[in-house]
Design a protein around this ligand. Structure first.
Ligand SMILES: O=C(CO)COP(=O)(O)O
Length: 265
């Protein structure tokens, strides 16, 4: 983690928690962070619930003036029209959504999303003032073959192909090795740094150093309060995209409070 970038901890709830449960979790998260005197300017905390929860989360965050932001798990590449089941970036912006996850490996795997579509979704989000969290990362076969860097950078090239430097500077990247998602198998801090560093290097090549130094690169895959500090200690890791552990308020708050934890030597 470099001191110039504000760390970002985003909790991707995936298809979990209805809008009642969402309110309970966000309230508990807010209390837990308040008890710990959490400074939202020092570490940004974001929840990413299902679409159906967003209106309730908005009402709670606005009403209680919580220092918590929220995002969507996906966004349409289209602006409006006959796209049954899709949700536009403008609709999300109206709900005060700050972030949209695009290209999550589960969407790539189960919905056939490719890099061009991921890039188009990122562009649509940016057009509505929403920060896309662009997900990349290799599967187990690629990792076993030692090709994780080239594979992930090819995904990055595809997703950023249509983005200008100004747009790229307003994105977040999440490196999520598929073999580490929901498996309990966390990448080592060195594994995370290798690819996150390569992503930053590629952004410098595609754009310039200022873009590369501005974009936050997150790690995702079995992040917990017990392993987050050692991963965050790495130079090019600026935060985490957390799945399962973000469904428990105390655990997610402890992840956001990673600076309280001692990094083992
Ligand atoms: O996919 C993830 C976040 O987007 C990671 O999920 P887990 O933290 O459950 O491994």
């Amino acid at each position: 983690m470099a001191t110039t970038r504000t760390p970002l901890m985003a909790g991707n709830w995936k298809m979990n928690l209805d809008h009642h449960e969402a309110i309970a979790l966000v309230q508990k998260l807010a209390w837990t962070l308040k008890d710990a005197k959490h400074d939202a300017a020092a570490v940004e905390v974001v929840v990413v619930p299902p679409f159906t929860d967003l209106r309730s989360v908005q009402t709670l965050v606005d009403g209680d003036k919580l220092d918590i932001r929220y995002g969507a798990q996906d966004v349409s590449a289209q602006a409006s029209g006959a796209y049954t089941g899709e949700i536009s970036a403008t609709m999300l912006a109206k709900l005060g959504v700050s972030y949209a996850v695009v290209g999550h490996s589960e969407r790539r795997q189960y919905h056939g999303e490719d890099d061009a579509l991921v890039g188009a979704k990122a562009k649509a989000a940016l057009g509505a003032g929403i920060t896309p969290i662009i997900c990349v990362g290799e599967g187990l076969d690629v990792r076993k073959a030692g090709d994780q860097v080239s594979y992930t950078l090819a995904q990055l090239d595809g997703a950023y192909a249509g983005l200008s430097a100004d747009e790229a500077a307003r994105t977040v990247v999440a490196y999520e090795p598929v073999w580490a998602i929901g498996t309990g198998e966390v990448a080592t801090p060195e594994d995370a740094q290798e690819v996150c560093g390569a992503i930053r290097g590629r952004l410098a090549e595609l754009y310039d150093d200022s873009v590369a130094q501005t974009v936050r690169v997150l790690y995702g895959g079995s992040v917990k309060s017990s392993n987050v500090a050692s991963i965050m200690a790495k130079e090019d890791v600026d935060g985490a995209l957390v799945g399962g552990a973000s469904l428990q308020a105390e655990e997610f708050a402890a992840i956001a409070r990673f600076q309280d934890h001692q990094v083992g030597l």
